[in-house]
Write a protein that binds this ligand. Sequence first.
Ligand code: ATP
Length: 318
Amino acid sequence: MLTLLKLLKDGRFHSGQALGVALGISRSAVWKQLQHLETELNLKIHKVRGRGYQLAAPLVLLDEQLIASRDSASWSAMVFDSIDSTNAEALRAIERGQPAPFMVLAERQTAGRGRRGRKWVSPFGENLYYSLVLRIDGGMRQLEGLSLVVGLAVLQALRELGIAEAGLKWPNDVLVGKRKIAGILLELVGDPADVCHVVLGVGINANMRTADEVDQDWTSIQLETGRSVDRNLLVGLLNAKLQAYLARHRDSGFAAIQPEWERCHLWQGRQVSLIAGAQQVDGVVLGIDQQGALRLQVGNVEKHFSGGELSLRLRDDS
Ligand code: ATP
């Protein structure tokens, strides 16, 4: 099915006969595969009598060689047509003993993950589904604020693409106004106090234009800039930003990055509710501390909050 897609991805018309010859299958087998592309991968295909078949929009697929040629960090990449979740595959690769650093990328995720078992909507060929695995042997300090640092790297990549109003929401969302454009999910295996591996999972909405299943406001690079983005180049740009921020974090710790993170925080000074399960704390966002914990003014007291179970919401009266 994907070989057929590779023939169609130029966005030109191809006759059923030519496709059949190229694939060594009958015209009716071509027809079946085309239907699969539409139903399985949700791709739109124009069928015009006398001309043949054409993808409604040309598609640039992920290309391992192109990614390697643009990757200043020299992180090796595993690219999948389809995977349950790039983070899950990264964790399996760590288990198999694959040496870090390495990246896992996919054209689509069938079970893309958000925090606390939430789903990350991951249609075929449209967005970036990316996991970078690092080996950490410098103890807890190298993990402090790490997911916030990844957020900054993603944000700077988006700003470089022209999305000047993009900003951060604690702990790890990237928004344009109220609309989510990227999400980050870190997962850890091993002993954080000794040697461990961390999976830096990043989902960036690149060329997505419709997505009924996303149940909150969202946007994409294409919707913001009016141009489609080549995801192979986006990987190179993200890697360059990550490489620079990770080096700063390793050398100087999160404290050196904290002021920049706060400057990019969209909700500084806003009235928020912090939600942890059934509990809720209302307060005003003061910023983050040097470990990346949220600083809230609750009544007359400053309180600090951290942990993967926390969600921040703007108060209606904010
Ligand atoms: P929190 O404030 O706790 O981070 P969240 O709703 O942003 O809450 P995440 O776990 O970060 O939670 O992300 C998962 C949520 O993001 C999903 O529940 C869905 O609402 C939304 N979502 C899923 N896929 C996408 C996508 N491709 N683009 C934007 N938003 C998405």
